[in-house]
Design a protein around this ligand. Structure first.
Ligand code: SF4
Ligand code: SF4
Length: 143
């Protein structure tokens, strides 16, 4: 849950593009490139969490991942709802849809806006292509 003073994407653009162009879940690395928890979070803990970049185990990235939606049996391999679990379950089968980055409360808005402005259209086109090929296979099996 970053505050208003977020990472300047221009400073990390090269590494961010490397992360976004790989077929692995990008959310954990985007989280680490972010600024971390804002000092005015409302979690009831005694330690100072300002700047904490860790996974909150909220499970949002698990819930929106298309790979896990299409193959729910993968989800049964672990009850964990963390970015580590996402990486273990998806591996190199990531669609690069970037949903996990967009829903993670620990990723800076600046990074999310960069993803939307530069990678989302191409990611959706890739997904549509995948759906079209799946439909072609389905119709070939039916005929
Ligand atoms: S949500 Fe999208 S980008 Fe994230 S791991 Fe799943 S397929 Fe990959
Ligand atoms: S969405 Fe939640 S579970 Fe996934 S990486 Fe972010 S904080 Fe962790």
């Amino acid at each position: 849950m970053p505050g208003l003073d977020q990472v300047d994407v221009k400073r990390i653009e090269r590494i961010l593009n490397i992360v976004l162009d790989e077929s692995r879940p990008p959310v954990a690395r985007c989280r680490l490139l972010s600024t971390g928890m804002a000092p005015y979070h409302t979690l009831k803990v005694t330690e100072d969490l300002a700047g904490f970049k860790g996974c909150l185990a909220c499970g949002n990235c698990i819930d929106v991942c298309g790979v896990l939606t299409r193959e729910p049996r993968r989800l049964q391999r672990t009850p964990q709802r963390t970015s580590l679990a996402l990486e273990a379950l998806v591996g190199e089968d990531c669609d690069r849809c970037y949903n996990c980055v967009l829903v993670c409360p620990q990723v800076d808005t600046t990074i999310k806006h960069y993803v939307v402005n530069t990678h989302l259209v191409e990611g959706m086109a890739r997904l549509l292509q995948r759906v079209d090929s799946a439909e072609d296979i389905f119709w070939a099996m039916e005929s």
